[in-house]
Design a protein around this ligand. Structure first.
Ligand code: NAD
Length: 493
């Protein structure tokens, strides 16, 4: 470890500072494996300080008119747009994805800032005159207070922005605990937040891992928790947060199937599925992990996807022409290699093997090349296990009904897609598939910022999802006012 590695700071009450942490973790570039920074495991005492600052800022922020609150977000949008190149390089260096993928995720994050700028309308309630004679009733939305988000490594810019803009636009004060594997993107994001001039205490950045998260979950003044990460951690966070009386929305892992019908445009289908399976090195919660071919789709699709996998250019995401970067850590690479071996043991043929390959100039990097497992038995454990790496398993059936049965026979429900030129088949799939995000001739069915990110089953714990109107509802509580003003109480004019 180089002595000079940057020490990541927290942002509390409008200032940057180094916490008195007893534990610091290395942040590495997964392509080079060089340590690029050290991140503190912020202790509970420091989390308490951040919550106190947020709670102190809340009364005034809540009273700031929504139209004024969104002016800070308009400024943040401009600052983010001007910083795209800078942010994208940081993301690629700490997360591994390609520069183009990094730019794409920033864009999807900015879209949430734009949607939250509509809060004066989105936050409106509703009312009725004369619910009984001379009595009126109003529903208004009020913020919750201090809220927090705990985010994963794979979208360091976009996922914090699934929550932050809605939380503050609705009048809450917000605390972010980003993944300890990719803290630098949040540091840059908070530098921009500082430039946007948000009042002190409205937004806090607290770095760390489990110890820090537990302090957040147990703090009585935090009213709501937003989480994105793996399913075991999502379950843990959901149960601990709700046991402590907090609202929670917890997005978990996935195992996403796509169905390929024989009438699909095979060239387009292959290109889209390859991008879905191998984009971001398969480290996307909407990555395709299983492709189920129906009837005659089998031969052509198998041949095409094997070619697409074998020809993908793998390397350091800032180098020209690179289409896929490394996975995040050495232990992720080891886990993925083991799961490929497990697929072979469970009966699949390793048609394209991404294990044991190196990238010239980055020989130590955590690279797993695109892999195709053909004929994975449906009853195998691997057909139900999230791999979170560039591995696509192929399953083959004879009818669309068999295919939908396989799609629905799993505990995750993040995404399911179909490729076909038949409207009737597409409609049947849309109607019957058990998943919250559906793609029709689309391989990454990522909802736009004005739609909810609708995971189901073991991919989501809670009621209201991230983004759009769900985000607004999650960060507000409804108040209903029933009022009567008898004529005789008023002066007559
Ligand atoms: P992770 O669950 O390891 O970590 C997520 C966050 O939880 C991090 O901030 C981490 O510090 C914290 N954390 C980890 N272990 C903890 C523990 N024991 N107690 C308390 N906090 C803990 O997830 P990851 O590896 O960063 O991200 C990958 C996972 O996220 C995949 O499973 C992926 O499918 C999922 N994901 C889901 C979505 C979605 O929208 N459903 C989106 C992106 C990623």
């Amino acid at each position: 470890m180089e002595q000079t590695a940057l020490k990541v700071q927290n942002f509390i009450q409008g200032t940057w500072h180094e916490p008195a942490a007893s534990e610091w973790l290395d942040v590495i570039n997964p392509a080079t494996t060089k340590v690029i920074a050290r991140v503190p495991v912020t202790p509970a005492s420091e989390v308490n300080r951040a919550v106190e600052a947020a709670a102190a800022a809340y009364p005034e922020w809540r009273r700031t008119p929504p139209l004024e609150r969104v002016q800070y977000l308009f400024r943040l949008k401009m600052l983010l747009e001007n910083a795209v190149d800078d942010l994208a390089r940081i993301i690629t260096n700490e997360c591994g994805k390609t520069y183009g993928e990094s730019v794409g995720e920033i864009q999807r994050g900015i879209e949430n800032v734009e949607v939250a700028c509509g809060i004066p309308t989105l936050m409106q309630g509703y009312n009725n005159e004369d619910i009984a004679s001379g009595i009126d009733e109003h529903m208004i939305r009020q913020p919750l207070g201090v809220v927090a988000a705990i985010t994963p490594f794979n979208f360091p810019a976009m996922i914090p922005l699934w929550f932050l803009p809605y939380a503050v636009a609705t009048g809450n004060c917000f605390l972010l605990k980003p993944s300890e594997k990719v803290p630098m993107t949040s540091v840059r994001l908070f530098e921009l937040i500082e430039q946007a001039g948000f009042p002190e205490g409205v937004l806090q950045l607290v770095n760390g891992s489990k110890e820090t998260v537990d302090a957040i979950l147990d703090h009585p003044d935090i009213k709501a928790i937003s989480f994105v990460g793996s399913t075991p951690v999502a379950k843990y966070i959901y149960s601990r947060a709700t046991a402590n009386g907090k609202r929670a929305q917890c997005q978990g892992g996935a195992k996403n199937p796509v169905v390929v019908l024989p009438d699909a445009d095979m060239e387009m289908t292959t290109r889209i599925i390859a991008d879905s399976s191998f984009g971001c090195a398969g480290q996307r919660c909407l990555a395709t992990s299983l492709a189920i071919t129906v009837g005659e789709a089998r031969n052509l699709f198998t041949e095409n996807i094997a070619d697409a996998a074998a020809s993908r250019v793998v390397g350091y995401g800032l180098d020209e022409g690179v289409q896929m970067g490394p996975v995040i850590r050495g232990d992720s690479k080891a886990r993925i290699d083991t799961l490929i071996g497990q697929g072979a043991k469970e009966g699949a043929t390793v048609l394209v093997d991404g294990r044991g390959k190196r990238v010239k100039g980055y020989e130590d990097g955590h690279f797993v090349f695109p892999t195709i497992l053909d004929g994975l038995p449906h009853e195998s454990d691997l057909s139900r296990t999230e791999i979170f790496g560039p591995v696509l398993s192929l399953l083959h059936v004879n009818t669309i009904d068999e295919a939908i049965k396989l799609v629905n026979d799993r505990s995750f429900g993040n995404m399911a897609c179909i490729f076909t030129s038949s409207g009737a088949a597409a409609r049947k799939f849309r109607y019957e598939a058990v998943a919250g995000n559906i793609g029709i001739n689309v391989g990454v069915a990522a909802p736009m910022a004005f739609f909810p990110f609708s995971g189901w089953g073991e991919s989501f714990f809670g009621d209201l999802h991230a983004q759009g109107r769900h985000g607004v509802e999650f960060y507000t509580q409804t108040k209903v006012v029933v009022e009567r003003w008898p004529k005789e109480w008023s002066r007559q004019f």
